[in-house]
Structures are given as structure tokens and as C-alpha cells.
Design a protein around this ligand. Structure first.
Ligand code: PRX
Length: 637
């Protein structure tokens, strides 16, 4: 069994132990897993190269730790409980044994299609059990899965497939999202026009939409699995063999392929799941994320399943058929731990309490939030109304790169404070530095959040670009992992995450690089240049504000060009990156050396131009005047 913290004293003790001797601590956490060959050394690392290896020379397969390790005790218990988009459709439950058989069947299918250890498999799928099955089937045979969120555009999918040189694509005819259908196969077909490495496409029938199947390339899922054996011996993996790639946005244009490896990720996702949420056998855990994001990887699939937990997977959206959908699901399955994003909480709060009232949510024991800072109003509504003042809230701070939660209360054990992620989990050593990299010691300080020692779940590299990995995370400050976030440590030593300090914005809990959106805007034939910043948005946390310089205006005038810029971004990246506000400006505020002064644009976007700070290096002050004027006159908020 994974070690579990039971009291505040226990947490303090574990934390101290983990810092005094991290190798002994993490060695002990790994004992309960099944290893084909035990590791020689718990950890080898340096943050200069950087090179990080956990459980050196250990041999294992993560799916043996989900299935073979759990089957005797949990074989007939639910593993995945699946709630479909339409509440009137039939739900599905797969026990550990059933899931095991499906995973093996699909693992054999992948093998028959020529996938071998180390190959990359891209997944562009709706939130159906087959997505989890396919992820685990890849892990079973040692193929590296790369799940692409099904809200991304053809262009974004193509970029990710090509970066990973994926051999196979798994998709579906379509995906249900509320009252809409996303034409996944059609989008995939468009992407595949420029994906030379894809040999085969396996298509799940979900929406029964009419799709075109390409002879020699495309095969239906049900036909592919037909006749395959439900037994498949797991591939032996080295601790450091890559388990998956997951793309995320950075401050420069191209998305980054974050690589997580097998053993460290396994230990860390399971350890944090068990401890943060205080999961007990028989509980039902509901994480509302999509498996297209890291939260879904770690806390729908791997963390819960490694623990033998019941994990609930939901295909639909929180507001369909109405804003009471989450609470209907909580009542239907007697959910005990519920984990969602502040943006969802704010959206539901805005609908009032009617959708919550009368719903039987008293099974809830723990509430979690992730993805962006939670404002106090949302925190209190979640706590008082959803949690009926009885459920601790775990505000969990982490990132795609961290593999699992780093700073968070341990549910019911760490005293909480609204909007504070509170204290680091055992094994996590945060430090706050100023812009020169000097550590700010003591309490009541604010600055850039870094981590000074590795934890097992830390990413190992960026796919195909180790130099960029080093530059992005390990070069800003010497011998530190830089998170890109600002944080404050208060008088009690509690951490509050202040948001990104780089050119990344967080829109509805989705991480977007401003450069990526600017590149998409600049594709527009009438656009000369653009600058994108975030601004406070009541529901989304941050909205996308684009300042755009056009050569000439189209016949549709300013409104026409705004609309076509928004459509262009939707097409190139996906609807999540669509600008909320577009302001056409005569020029961008630049320094004499040609650098855009984003600080000024952020102020304008925030609607606060009373103090623009030092503008003495500006090339042309008139540009700023007209931007301020235009923001007041032209931009309808
Ligand atoms: O800015 C932080 C914010 O989300 C970023 C990571 O985004 P992503 O890699 O997409 O992963 C999201 C899910 C783990 C962080 O750099 N963030 C995440 N959790 C919190 C948060 N900001 C404040 N509070 C949180 N609890």
C-alpha cells in the first residue's frame, strides 16, 4: 500500500524526512510497487545539463502495477465509471478485470498494426473509455502515447503529430460535447494531409457521423480489435523509458512536447493522488478534466488506477443539459472526491444556486481545484454551497511539467486559507527568488517560484529538443527549476500562486502562449503585426486581448476584420485560444530597440491607465495615446 499521511503531525514528520533524506524517502514510497528488477540507485541528478534519473536501472511496466498488482484484491471492483454526454444514454462501468482485458485486447491490436516499443501513438479522441483503454494499451507495449486535446484544430493536431513523428493515430468519427458534435475524423483528415509519418488511423464509432475512410490507411476500431486476444504480456520498461509526451504552450511560438518517464511518474502520480485527496477504498473519485490535459493523465487515469480506485470519467460539459449536470453526476454515483477548475466553479456560481439546490451531494468529502488561481468568491461558494461547509478544499498547484501536484493541502489535514495552495507536499522544495535569482528567505516574501530539488514526477526533457528544455526551465536561475509562476509566501509559510510571470496566459485553466496566438493572428493577410496579452475576465480568469496593426481594412470594416481574426485563431489553434477582444491599433508601443512594451498593453487591457510606469524608452508616445483612446471608444467589453 502507498504510504498515507493521517495527521498534521504526520505531514510535518514526512516532510522533514523527505527533505533530510530524499533518496530514502522516495525509495520507501516505491517499495509497494511491482518491479521486474529493483532499481540500483534511487536518484541521479544535476540541474545543469539537466539530467534527472529516478529508480536507476529499475525494470517494470506501469500497467502491471495497475492490473496484476491490483487484480487479486480489486479484480471485480469498478475501475472506470463512465458517464456519457447525454444523461439519458447508458453509462458504463469497467471493473479492473474487464479493463485489463480491454487494455490487453487493444495492446494486441496495436501490435498487429505494427506498433512496437518506443513508437509514438497520437490520440485525438472524445472522453470515452476507449481513450483510457488506448492510453494504457500503449503503456502495456511500451509505445509512447501523445494525447492531443480534442478541442484543438487540424493545424494544432498536425503540428503535434509531426513533432512526435507519430506512426499511428487513434480518433473517432466525432465527439459529443453538450448539444454539439465535434467532427473529429474530418479534422484529423485535414491534419493528416501533411503528416507523412502516420501509417494507420484507427477510428472509433461514437457519433455515427458519416465519415470518409481512406483505403489502406483507415480502419474501424471495432474491426481492428475483433478477434484479438485478451491476454498480452507487458513489455519490460526501464524506469527512465518515456511513458508519454504531452504538448503544452510556452512563451515562444511552438508547443513543447513534455516527456514523462515511467517509474518516477508512476510513484509520484500514485503518491500524490492518495495523499492529497485522502482517497479511501470504495470511494468514487471524479476529476472533471479532459484526458487531453495533464490533470486527466495523472488524476483520471494513472494516479487513481495505480491505487485501485474508482475513477469517474465524464464525456460531456458542465452546463448541458443544464448547469446542474455535475451535481446530478455527484448524486448518481455518490461521488466522494470532486476535482475541477476555478473557471468551471465561476461559471456555475454565475448561474446561481438553483441548479445546486435539492441535489443530493452529501456524499462529497473532499473538493479540489486546479489550473489557475482561485478567487475568494469562487472559493467560498465552492466551500459553503457545494461543500456545505463540510468539505476541505484542496487548491492544488502544479504543471504539465511537474507530472503531479507539488503544492497543496492534504485534504482534511492541512488547515486551508482561501486562494492559498498552502504547503509543499513531501519531497517538494520550493524557493522564491527575486529577478536576479537571489533567494528570498523567511516569510512574507513574493517573487519567482522555483524548485531546488527534483521530485520523481518532474519532466525529463522536451521531445527532440533537450536544449530548449534546459533553456526554458533551468537557465533562468542557476541550479533551479523555474516554474514560470510568481508566488508569495505569507507569514505562516503558506504559498499563494500569483500567476504567470512569463508570456503565458491562463484562459479558463488552459495554458496559452501569447506568441502562439500572435503567430496565428499574423497569418491573416491584412495583419502586419500583433501583440496579445491577458486581462482579468470574470469567468475565464483571464481573457485574450489582441492589439493588431493592419495594413488596410477589408470591406467589412473594423468589425469584419475583428471577426475574421477571431475565426483565424480558432482555425489555427482551436476555440480555446480565440481572442475575446481585438483592438485595431495604428502601431504597437515599442522601445527604441524595437521591443514591444507589453507592460503598457497589459495596463490598457486591464482598463487601468492611470499609472503606466516609466515610458521614457518609448519610440513614439503618440501610439500609446491612440491605443488608450481606442481602448475606450472601440473595444466593447
Ligand atoms: O500558472 C500555473 C497554473 O497553471 C500553470 C500550469 O498549467 P498546465 O501545465 O496547463 O497545468 C495545469 C494543470 C496542472 C501553472 O504554471 N496553475 C495550476 N494550478 C494552479 C495554478 N495557478 C494557481 N493555483 C493553482 N492551483
Amino acid at each position: 500500500m502507498i504510504n498515507k499521511i493521517h495527521s498534521l503531525g504526520g505531514y510535518i514528520h514526512e516532510y522533514q524526512k523527505s527533505i533530510a533524506n530524499p533518496r530514502a524517502f522516495w525509495g520507501q514510497q516505491a517499495e509497494c510497487f511491482y518491479w521486474r528488477k529493483r532499481w540500483d540507485k534511487v536518484l541521479d541528478w544535476n540541474f545543469d545539463e539537466p539530467s534527472i534519473e529516478w529508480y536507476v536501472n529499475g525494470k517494470l511496466n506501469i500497467t502491471e502495477n495497475i492490473f496484476e498488482r491490483n487484480l487479486y484484491t480489486h479484480g471485480n471492483q469498478p475501475a472506470i465509471i463512465w458517464e456519457p454526454n447525454d444523461p439519458n444514454d447508458e453509462s458504463r462501468t469497467l471493473t479492473y478485470r474487464e479493463l485489463f482485458e480491454e487494455v490487453n485486447r487493444f495492446a494486441n491490436t496495436l501490435k498487429r498494426l505494427g506498433v512496437v516499443k518506443g513508437d509514438r501513438v497520437a490520440l485525438y479522441m472524445p472522453m470515452v473509455p476507449e481513450l483510457a483503454i488506448a492510453v494504457l494499451a500503449c503503456a502495456r507495449i511500451g509505445a509512447i502515447h501523445s494525447v492531443v486535446f480534442a478541442g484543438f484544430s487540424a493545424n494544432a493536431l498536425q503540428e503535434r503529430i509531426n513533432d512526435a513523428s507519430a506512426k499511428l493515430l487513434l480518433t473517432a468519427d466525432g465527439g459529443f460535447r453538450g448539444s454539439k458534435i465535434t467532427p473529429l475524423k474530418e479534422i484529423a483528415d485535414e491534419a493528416l494531409e501533411t503528416c507523412p509519418t502516420i501509417e494507420t488511423v484507427v477510428v472509433l464509432k461514437r457519433t455515427k457521423s458519416d465519415v470518409k475512410m481512406v483505403v489502406g490507411r483507415d480502419i474501424w476500431w471495432h474491426k481492428a480489435v475483433d478477434g484479438q486476444s485478451t491476454e498480452c504480456v507487458a513489455e519490460e520498461m526501464d524506469s527512465e523509458d518515456p511513458l508519454f509526451i504531452l504538448y503544452t504552450s510556452g512563451s515562444t511560438g511552438k508547443p513543447k512536447g513534455i516527456v514523462h518517464s515511467t517509474a518516477g511518474y508512476m510513484v509520484y502520480s500514485a503518491y500524490t493522488f492518495n495523499n492529497v485527496f485522502q482517497y479511501n477504498a470504495g470511494d468514487v473519485f471524479f476529476c472533471t478534466a479532459d484526458i487531453g490535459w495533464i490533470t486527466g493523465h495523472s488524476y483520471i487515469v494513472y494516479g487513481p488506477l495505480l491505487t485501485g480506485a474508482q475513477t469517474l470519467m465524464f464525456e460531456g460539459i458542465p452546463t448541458w443539459p443544464d448547469a446542474g449536470r455535475f451535481w446530478d453526476i455527484v448524486a448518481k454515483y455518490k461521488v466522494n472526491q470532486f476535482y475541477t477548475a476555478p473557471t468551471a466553479i465561476r461559471a456555475l456560481l454565475a448561474q446561481g444556486n438553483d441548479f445546486l439546490e435539492g441535489k443530493k451531494v452529501d456524499s462529497l468529502k473532499v473538493l479540489g481545484t486546479v489550473g489557475e488561481p482561485i478567487n475568494e468568491e469562487a472559493w467560498h461558494w465552492y466551500h459553503d454551497h457545494v461543500g456545505r461547509n463540510q468539505c476541505p478544499i484542496v487548491d492544488t498547484w502544479w504543471q504539465t511539467e511537474t507530472g503531479g501536484i507539488l503544492i497543496s493541502p492534504v485534504a482534511g489535514i492541512t488547515p486551508t486559507k482561501p486562494s492559498f495552495a498552502t504547503l509543499p507536499l513531501p519531497g517538494v522544495q520550493p524557493i522564491i527568488v527575486n529577478n536576479e535569482g537571489k533567494e528570498l528567505t523567511g516569510n512574507s516574501v513574493a517573487g519567482n517560484l522555483c524548485i531546488k530539488y527534483p521530485w520523481p514526477g518532474i519532466a525529463r526533457t522536451l521531445w527532440g529538443d533537450h536544449e530548449r528544455f534546459k533553456q526554458t526551465y533551468f537557465s533562468t536561475y542557476d541550479k533551479l527549476y523555474f516554474t514560470g509562476d510568481g508566488a508569495k509566501r505569507d507569514e505562516d509559510g503558506y504559498y499563494r500562486i500569483l500567476g504567470r510571470v512569463d508570456d503565458v496566459i491562463n484562459v479558463s485553466g488552459h495554458r496559452l502562449g501569447t506568441a502562439e496566438i500572435e503567430n496565428a493572428i499574423n497569418e491573416h493577410p491584412l495583419v502586419n503585426e500583433s501583440a496579445v496579452v491577458g486581462y482579468p475576465h470574470a469567468i475565464k480568469g483571464q481573457g485574450v486581448y489582441a492589439f493588431v496593426v493592419c495594413g488596410e481594412l477589408s470591406t467589412g470594416g473594423v468589425d469584419g476584420i475583428r471577426k475574421s481574426i477571431m475565426q483565424g485563431v480558432t482555425k489555427i489553434i482551436g476555440p480555446i485560444a480565440r481572442p475575446d477582444l481585438v483592438q485595431i491599433v495604428p502601431g504597437l508601443p515599442k522601445t527604441r530597440s524595437g521591443k514591444i512594451m507589453r507592460r503598457i498593453l497589459r495596463k490598457v487591457a486591464e482598463g487601468d491607465v492611470t499609472n503606466l510606469g516609466d515610458t521614457s524608452t518609448l519610440l513614439d508616445e503618440d501610439v500609446v495615446e491612440s491605443i488608450i483612446e481606442g481602448a475606450l471608444v472601440d473595444v466593447k467589453r
